[in-house]
Design a protein around this ligand. Structure first.
Ligand code: OGA
Ligand code: NI
Length: 364
């Protein structure tokens, strides 16, 4: 969901936030989901709890680190997602980012439309790209934040004051966190830290701020359709204590309960490829709340432009052959965008090696 373009770009004049404000009883018909098509009612197994990982234990070393690396390994392998506490980004910066994102969405529509996405473009204020036929119940603001030379500042909000500076610091800090975390994820497989993290040091970071207005019958609409991210990792911040994000685990959906001060980490396709399938890209979705607005801020972290995306050398062994092709970063993005929208979820399948090798036990 991180990077999408639409051949038929949506007409960028609508805002679900406005729609929800004016709403009397029901949403326009095209927002209403067929239960068979989108069974939010299949939700949720309450005993499934997304794992919690404590960054402090990873950073501090010693015995606690060993134990935490095990937790991290299982979380990445079995879930492809976890909640990270004691991350290294300052509380002050996180709070500022939350406050200003909220202020941005509280601005009049006319002001937000100054940053509206343009026909065929990716960045700016608008609605999620795909599925105009059956749209999602959300608005978004999408910015190419890093590397700095990729920025198009005409989309960066002047209002609220200081937001641009906050976005600058926040995204830089989040990329540092992503690099550090990828290092530990690499260590957890028995590899040197840099194996997963190096390619992201000067990596790409796309920022997406999602706004999910409430809807009185939340199971009739979807905030964000089920998908996997094509990132290395995605780092999601919840603005309030309002659950909405759900992770697919062995055929069941698990609701992520916001933990104060935590960042929700979602593994994307790049990490699945680099780990040769040991770690999994998590399928996830977002449902809307019946009475409260939910806002999430996501940093989509990717390898830098010169990187090659492939299973890392030391993981590939004679009894554990490469299960994914090697592809340059620019080609990876190109082929993703070229894929037909309907087949997005199978994007990673196009990168799989089709050979005699099933997933060997020797790989884990
Ligand atoms: C996304 C996404 C979930 C959320 O934007 O890719 O998964 O809870 N969002 O906002
Ligand atoms: Ni996502």
């Amino acid at each position: 969901m991180a990077l999408r373009s639409s051949s038929k770009a949506a007409k960028q004049t609508s805002s679900v936030q406005e729609l929800a404000r004016k709403l009397l009883d029901v949403a326009p018909q095209n927002y209403i989901r067929d239960v068979a098509d989108n069974p939010v009612s299949d939700c949720c197994n309450p005993s499934l709890k997304v794992p919690l990982v404590n960054m402090a234990n990873l950073v501090n070393g010693g015995e606690a680190q060993e134990e935490e690396l095990h937790k991290l390994y299982s979380a990445c392998r079995d879930w492809g997602a976890f909640q990270l506490i004691n991350h290294t980004v300052s509380d002050e910066l996180v709070e500022e980012m939350k406050k200003q994102t909220r202020k941005f969405y509280d601005l009049p529509l006319q002001e937000k439309m100054r940053y509206a996405r343009t026909e065929g473009g990716l960045e700016g204020y608008g609605q999620p790209f795909e599925n105009n036929r059956n749209p999602q119940w959300s608005d978004m603001m999408f910015l190419h934040a890093l590397p700095v030379q990729d920025r198009n500042l005409s989309f960066w909000p002047e209002n609220p004051q200081g937001f641009k500076e906050t976005i600058d610091s926040y995204t830089k800090q989040m990329r540092k966190l992503a690099v550090s975390l990828l290092g530990f994820m690499s260590m957890a497989t028995g590899l040197k830290a840099y194996k997963f993290s190096e390619v992201c040091e000067d990596g790409i970071l796309h920022l997406r701020m999602n706004y999910y207005p409430p809807y009185p019958q939340p199971d009739q609409v979807i905030g964000c359709s089920p998908h996997t991210d094509i990132t290395s990792i995605s780092l999601l911040l919840e603005l309030d204590d309002i659950p909405g994000l759900q992770i697919q685990k062995d055929g069941n959906w698990a609701t992520v309960k916001p933990v104060p001060g935590a960042v929700d980490v979602i593994i994307g396709h790049v990490t699945e490829i680099m780990s040769n399938g040991i770690y999994k890209a998590a399928e996830h979705r977002a449902v809307v709340n019946e009475s409260k607005v939910r806002i999430s801020i996501i940093c989509f972290c990717y390898p830098e432009e010169n990187a090659t995306i492939e299973p890392v050398q030391d993981i590939v062994k004679p009894d554990c052959p490469a299960r994914y092709k090697s592809i340059s970063q620019p080609e990876y993005f190109r082929s993703y965008l070229d894929e037909k929208l309907e087949s997005k979820q199978q994007f990673i399948d196009t990168l799989k090696v089709h050979g005699p090798h099933g997933f060997s036990q020797n790989c884990t």
